[in-house]
Design a protein around this ligand. Structure first.
Ligand SMILES: Nc1nc2c(ncn2[C@@H]2O[C@H](COP(=O)(O)OP(=O)(O)OP(=O)(O)O)[C@@H](O)[C@H]2O)c(=O)[nH]1
Ligand SMILES: [Mg+2]
Length: 321
């Protein structure tokens, strides 16, 4: 089901960052502080005197506690054991760079920068369970795209709650972009309007908000499938990105969410939010092992600039170094 994701990393058109490299690095480190803290006992472990069964067991326990999941943890421990045997390593310190490179290798296939230049307007549909961070992520993405000189239109597709429309409107006002909404409660109609409005106004990007839904709510999953079909009617081959927004503190249930939403919508990517509030950042490794949908962005705070393009090397460095 996920085989198409392997080695399809388009490195040619990455979205440039808006801040300085050092600023990004320190924000990412601050955002990952809780997970890094959970893994802090790795440092004394790698300074211990010998590689033995207890050493591996302690690494295993730490990885599991950071929510790396049973399968990814087993893969990582096996790689460490194999490398230690093959290279006849005696000292735990020699295994530290091996752990680093193993984690980067596991996460690298998930890097896949978003390229908005191959369609106009470029339509991005955001989906996810209630409270995952969809609307906030739209606010952050609006800021990011605008900083690249792109024009943005928001589609208020969460017609379930009046407050949802208001929340998106606040983000629209903050970023000074237009929002398409309706008084009715048909999200597909809102999406159709938004895409045709973007075509008429020569807008670069449409960001489509949707109501939170659980994969078990069949009628709501049918509804979002319909939203996708209607967007395609308004513009052939749209939406160009279908992103699942996932709360990183969800734990291993994140895996079930990815699988269910992917089956329903054929996801093109993930946004992992609230990494700053969670010690469970290891869930990215579980995703890489069990359901490798590309991670487009990670959210490391509530501010408009707290959205980071996912970079495996940077992520692991911020977690371990
Ligand atoms: N700390 C932190 N909080 C976040 C992040 N992303 C979103 N939030 C917060 O999470 C809460 C829910 O965010 P929303 O954007 O409303 O989530 P949603 O998915 O649109 O929710 P529904 O529309 O109700 O399904 C808000 O309080 C946000 O400020 C993040 O990266 N870090
Ligand atoms: Mg919302």
């Amino acid at each position: 089901m996920f085989s198409f994701l392997k080695n399809n990393t388009p490195k040619n058109n990455p979205i440039p960052e808006t801040s300085t490299a050092s600023g990004i690095g320190s924000r990412l480190r601050a955002g990952l502080a809780k997970t890094r803290d959970r893994l802090r006992d790795l440092t004394p472990l790698f300074s211990s005197s010998k590689i033995d069964g207890a050493f591996y067991e302690e690494i295993e326990a730490l990885l599991l506690s950071a929510d790396c999941g049973i399968k990814a943890t087993a893969t990582i421990i096996q790689t460490l054991r194999n490398t230690a045997n093959e290279k006849k390593l005696n000292s735990p310190a020699e295994l530290k760079p091996i752990l680093h490179s193993t984690l980067v290798k596991l996460l690298s296939p998930l890097e896949s920068p978003l390229d908005t230049r191959n369609a106009h307007p470029f339509v991005i549909l955001l989906a996810g369970v209630n409270g995952a961070g969809k609307t906030t992520t739209i606010g952050k993405l609006t800021h990011l795209f605008q900083s690249q000189g792109l024009s943005v239109l928001l589609a208020a597709g969460d017609t379930f709650r009046a407050a949802a429309k208001e929340q998106l409107k606040i983000w629209a006002e903050r970023n000074q972009v237009d929002i398409i909404s309706q008084s009715g409660n048909d999200p597909s109609a809102v999406m159709y309007d938004a895409v045709t409005a973007a075509q008429a106004r020569q807008i670069d990007i449409v960001l489509a908000d949707t109501a939170g839904r659980l994969p078990t709510q069949t009628h709501l999953m049918d509804e979002i499938r319909k939203i996708k079909r209607v967007i395609d009617k308004a513009q052939t081959n749209a939406p160009h990105e279908i992103l699942l927004v996932l709360d990183a503190s969800t734990g291993q249930n994140a895996i079930n969410q990815v699988k269910a939403f992917h089956q329903a919508l054929n996801l093109t990517g993930l946004v992992l939010t609230k990494l700053d509030g969670s010690a469970r950042g290891g869930v990215l490794l579980a995703i890489a092992q069990e359901c490798p949908v590309p991670i487009k962005y990670i959210g490391v705070g509530e501010n408009v600039t707290d959205l980071k393009k996912f970079d495996a090397q940077e992520f692991i460095a911020a977690l371990l170094d």
